[in-house]
Design a protein around this ligand. Structure first.
Ligand SMILES: [Zn+2]
Length: 446
């Protein structure tokens, strides 16, 4: 079987570095420059990439390595935009692509120019060697994921579905290792929450600021939001979270197993998680057990001496697999009370690959098991959203698997949108080897 050699890994590292040196902070994105670089790489390898602009400067690139057509296509996809970086907080400049301390530094190093680089290096090599897999291999480098996918994957799926329709897709959301109770786990993302952004509005009698009133719109809204912050929303049991916890439990000491099972049944875990002292562990865990709604925008009044008649908040709501916008609204109403009106501003349903197992999942699990015998693959759900929201609309079964191996003490969650985002160079090379092996096992044919 074809495997990634040193040259292929070198290519991935070099391309990742060059992509990191292009500032694609969204907004405004300006992904076009990064797209041109990707297209040039693919073209040099003999492929015929298509560059498509959804708006001026908002580039997307799609390329296809034709297979024998025996089976349906596999899509490798990465967004090329990044979130902003405050250079004053970084050890090395965020768009320097510096290699130092064993790492490649830069905004996008793990989210997710690494995946674009690995995918392009692999496809280019396969194309150069004239290899034909038994599926078409498609690469889509897209704009605008960080601001909701409208100019990127959403636009591609709406306007050029024939270019990106695939049976399976591999994008971001998993592939990194986490540590729990001294054990290592590699995540394979099989689900992500939906989002449901809600406007909450309270009305009250307007009046003069010199005569405060209990029933002012601002106080009504403030009381309701305080209740939301204190109580949160109720726990729900979902299959994916149960599978995730069951996988964790099998690697944990015997005593813990029954306790985990019992806690899961009773919804007790949600309460236990609130007691976890480390918030960077507790917050994502808590988000796995419930729909959530975080107040993110507040709006009321414009003059210091006038009590306004209306106060509004925007809530960033997130729904678990199996839950709908209506479920979330019902839960919100019961916490916020009858005095607050709710209106959905924008929403998209959760994504879940069911069943989570498949030949592709098995390939990921087996490759990991062979290479990292002490670690275990776990099916994983993320609270945020990815381009899965778009590509699954065309029927793709999605796996978030952008493989990277992080050393002990380096946490994916800390670097994701954080200061000092970086990827260990050997972790990126390892990821290139793993991705190559997974693709070849799954689509390599005999
Ligand atoms: Zn991302």
């Amino acid at each position: 079987m074809f495997r990634a050699d040193a040259e292929l890994c070198d290519h991935a590292v070099d391309l990742c570095q060059r992509l990191l040196r292009i500032d694609t902070t969204n907004p405004p994105g300006n992904e076009r420059v990064a797209v041109e670089l990707c297209a040039e790489e693919l073209r040099t390898a003999g492929l015929e990439p298509v560059v498509l602009e959804s708006a001026p400067g908002r580039g997307n690139v799609v390329a296809r390595l034709r297979g024998t057509g025996e089976r349906a296509p596999l899509l490798l996809t990465a967004h090329l935009d990044v979130v902003e970086a405050d250079a004053s907080k970084w050890k090395y400049p965020p768009f320097s692509g510096q290699i130092a301390e064993g790492c490649l530094w830069g905004r996008g190093a793990i989210d997710m120019k690494n995946h674009a680089a690995m995918s392009i290096a692999l496809m280019s090599r396969l194309a150069r060697e004239g290899r034909r897999l038994d599926r078409d291999l498609i690469f889509a480098g897209v704009a605008d994921e960080e601001a909701g996918c409208e100019q990127g994957s959403g636009w591609l799926v709406d306007h050029h579905p024939e270019l990106v329709r695939a049976e399976y897709a591999i994008g971001e959301g998993g592939g990194f290792n986490i540590e729990l109770g001294g054990k290592r786990f590699f995540t394979i993302q099989v689900a992500e929450k939906g989002f449901c952004w809600v406007r909450a509005r309270a009305h009250g009698e307007p009046g003069h600021g010199s005569m405060p009133r209990e029933d002012s719109a601002i106080l009504k809204l403030a009381r309701a939001l305080t209740r939301l912050g204190e109580r949160g929303l109720p726990a729900h049991r979902t299959e994916i979270v149960s599978e995730f916890l069951a996988s964790l439990a099998t690697a944990q000491p015997r005593l813990l197993k029954p306790a985990l099972g019992a806690a899961l049944e009773s919804g007790l875990l949600q309460r236990i998680v609130r007691l976890v002292p480390n918030p960077s562990i507790a917050r994502p865990m808590a988000a796995m057990f419930a729909n959530t709604a975080a107040p993110t925008v507040l709006r009321a009044g414009s003059k210091t001496n006038v009590i306004p008649g209306v106060a509004e908040a925007e809530l960033d709501g997130r729904t678990l697999p199996g839950q709908t916008d209506d479920d979330l609204l019902r839960e919100l109403r019961s916490v916020l009370g009858p005095e607050v009106e709710l209106e959905v501003m924008r929403s998209q349903p959760p994504v879940e690959t069911r069943p989570s197992s498949s030949a592709l999942y098995d390939a990921m699990r087996d490759v990991l098991a062979a290479r990292e015998p002490d670690a275990r693959a776990v099916p994983y759900m993320i609270p945020g959203f990815t381009d899965a929201k778009s590509f699954t609309r065309l029927g793709a079964r999605w796996y978030g698997f952008s493989p990277v191996r992080l050393p002990h003490g380096m946490r994916f969650a800390d670097m994701f949108h954080g200061h000092d985002e970086r990827i260990p160079v050997d972790g990126l090379r390892w990821g290139t080897e793993v991705l190559t092996e997974v693709v070849m096992r799954f689509a390599g044919g005999g």
